[in-house]
Structure formats: structure tokens, C-alpha cells
Design a protein around this ligand. Sequence first.
Ligand code: ADP
Ligand code: GLC
Length: 486
Amino acid sequence: MTTTVLSVASEAYPLVKTGGLADVVGALPAALAAHGVQVTTLIPGFPAVARAIDGAEAVHHWPDLLGAQAWLRRGEIDGHPLLVLDAPEFFMREGPLYTDIGGKDWPDNWRRFAALGRAAADLASGAVPGFRFDILHAHDWQAAMGPAYLRLAPPDTDGTTDTAKSVMTVHNIAFQGAFDASIFFELGLPHGSFSLGGVEYYGQVGFLKGGLESADAITTVSPTYAQEIHGPDFGMGLDGLIRSRVGRVHGIVNGIDPAVWNPANDTALAQRFTADTLDSRISNKRAVEAAFDLEPGEGPIFTVVSRLTWQKGMDVLAWVLDDLVATGARLALLGSGDAGLERAFRDAAVRHPGRIGVRIGYDEALSHLLQGGADAILIPSRFEPCGLTQLYGLAYGCVPVVARTGGLADTVIDANEAALSAGVATGIQFAGVSTESLKRALHRTTTLYADAQAWRMMQLNGMAADFSWDHSGLRYADLYRSLLGD
Ligand code: ADP
Ligand code: GLC
């Protein structure tokens, strides 16, 4: 029998994306269809989404959803069913999704994403005519009120349907959706749920906290991160709660969507290639040099495709750029984020013309070219729940140089002597994010790059590795079925 899942998130590629969350939410429907699971995706009607489903008739109307009118509209996302929560007062704002253009969180974020959660709970439980799902699968804090409403304030369905089960996936526990306690009375939750077992979180209202407390199962996006968030260093205050949910926390590593990330048919590349035609990759390297004003050369080009933040270790990278250039390497960086870091990278490009090229902004096509043309991708993250850019790097022959944490630890095989002689290395890992450890990793990388045979072996190993969704799709399907008692 087909299991039906309502997958709820604030982003889904290709409609709205600010990071890896969107890639994963966008890939899940196809990944799960292969395992007898039908996924319907529910996302907010941000302007780009509204444009994509332009003209779709409303199939439901909420006259008052957290204080605003909202309509439900149907669409499609890559051929899979899509539901859009069209609440113009909440979501029809051009610019960033969660902040104003100045980068300040919208003051009504709690209302916007409580509305998403409330709608999800209504849909999953059968309270909206014509809809009912076996599983409500919520992603990150923006969707976390879904499981919370389902358990703490289930809609009245006259007992005609079984309650849907819920899964809460943590893509990043650092983002928790914690708000002032004064909003509690507007959420429409019973009084008792401002408590340890409900949404109360150190005197505030915690959306992710409520979701984690309420969901029937918790997943996170790699096994190592699942372990890490059990402790205070990575749990960000929620580790106690994670520890209390014994047996309910699962680490399921993300896959990559082969329809989007495949160097054999990637139209964003100057030259498509496979493992058999790896030599032709050089055309992409030349295109990267041209796009980033780098002087052409034989030495390695490092790339960075990232949010420029503390999580990603970008401050540490900024400190070692002079050393990077001194090794004879070049850098092509694409990213945006903290203003201070953007400035630091721009300054470095001015200091090292032809050696460091920086593009501040967000550019999907350029990110593909960088994976297909740079030699190595640098990911010195302080924590990384899964990380996708190392997976794209592996698939594109762009060797990942990563901090040993979270999903980076799970997906890259370090080129230590044993791995090199066994012929299984796929990249470079380093422990602890510091200028010293990063400098050592850069040196190891340039030394390995000079050994053409070893380098080629790493590229081919990465390209041959299986990061499809096959295995992880099956794990989600099994998890859903275990919750349903099948
Ligand atoms: P996170 O979600 O924490 O930012 P991930 O590695 O999981 O990290 O996913 C980041 C996603 O966003 C990848 O698809 C990456 O290619 C993309 N990305 C990040 N920064 C940029 C950028 N400036 N331009 C284009 N794509 C970017
Ligand atoms: C988050 C994490 C990242 C992960 C992505 C998709 O943005 O920071 O590590 O890959 O979600 O799960």
C-alpha cells in the first residue's frame, strides 16, 4: 500500500532556495516514490512560488490562520504534488525569505511559520476536506509547529480518522525559532502546553523545541551529526531533549539529486564530462579562471561555494588566504553572508589580483561551473549537519577538503596513507577548525595535487561513490512504515 506523506518546509528547490534544505526537500519526492511513498510538498506562497503556480484555484480557505486569511493552492514541483499556503499578508514579500533587505528578522516570523505549522497539521489530520496524510514530515524550525499542533492542539475531526504520525527532521539545530513568551497566547495552544513537555524553552516559546518534543520520530541529516547533537558542544541547548528521546533519533544522510547534479549532462558547464572523459574537465577550469579573473596556470584552484558565516568556518579561511596563495594555489569564491566576511574576502581579492577571485552573491549556475572546474572545494565548517557541496564536489571530480565533523566526516574518505595505499581516498579531512589545521590541510592538498596519479585516483573514487538517494530513501520509507506499524 502507498504511504502518503506531507513534507512541510519553508524552501524547496527549484522554487525557493537559500541553502541545502531546499535541495533536500526538492529531492525527497522522487527519492521516496521509488520506495512506494507518495510525497506531497507544502511550502509557503513566497512570490516566486506564487508566480510558479499562477492562476491555480484555491482548494481551501482559512478565514483566520494566525490572524490572516490564507488559501491553499495546488501545483506541481518537478512532476510531484505541491501544496502552497497562499497567505499574502505573511509571504508576499520580495527579497530574502526570513528577513527584511537589511537582514533583520521579520518581527512576525513566529506568526508566519506558526501558520505554516497549523495548516500542515490541519491537512495531515484530515481537517481540510479532501486531504489526509499518513505522515506529517516537518523540516527545521519553520515547519516544526506542524508536529506540535498535531499533538498539542489536534483539529477536531470527529474521531473519523486516525491521527497522522509525525517526523521532525533537523537540518540545522542552530536555528531554533525561539520567540518571546508573550506570543504563546496567540498560538492557539492549550495553556498547559507552555511547559517542559510542550513548547516552553528556557522561558521562551521554542518552535523547534516543540517539534522535537512532539514528533513520533526525529531524524537528522547524517549519522555523525545525530551523535553530535546528543552533547552540549553541538546540541545548542537542545541536547538534553535529544538525549531524552531515546531510540527515536535517527541519522539519515542526504543524497544528491542526479537530475540536477550530474556532470555528464549539466548545462551550466562549459564542457560536460564523465569519469572516462575527465581530461576534458580542463575546459571548465579555464572557464572558472575567466569568470573569476584568475591568471591561467597549472597550480590548483580551490573553490568555496557557501554561506559566509561562522558555522562554515569562513572567518578562519579568511585568515589563511595569504598562505593559500603562497602555496601557489588560487581561489575562486562564491558566497554571501556576514558583511564583515564579505569585506574580508573582497579585500583579499584586491590584495591578490589574479590569484583570488571573489563573487559575492548567489548564483546557481556558477556554483555548478565551480564544482566542474575547480580542483578542490574547501569546507572548513565548525559544524555541518550534512553538507551538500562536498557531495557535489565528489560527483564532479572537485576534491573536497573538509573539517572532520557531521556529514563531512561521514561522506569524505581522508587521503591518509592507509586510504591512499588501499586506493579508497576521496578527499582531505582535518580535525579542529583553526588557522593551523587549515593551513596544514592546504599544504597536504597541494602536495597531493602535485602527485597527478594520486589526485586522479581521488577524483575517480569520488565520482564512482554512490551518493544517490537510493539507500537513504529506503531508510525514510522504512521509518515511516515503522511508525504506522506496517
Ligand atoms: P547549508 O544549507 O548549510 O548552507 P549545504 O552544503 O547543505 O549548506 O547546502 C548549500 C547549498 O546552497 C548547496 O546547494 C550550494 O551549492 C548552495 N549555495 C550556497 N551558497 C551559494 C551561492 N552563493 N550561490 C549558489 N549556490 C550556493
Ligand atoms: C542545513 C545544514 C547542511 C545540510 C542542509 C540540508 O542547511 O547546514 O549541513 O546539508 O541543511 O540537510
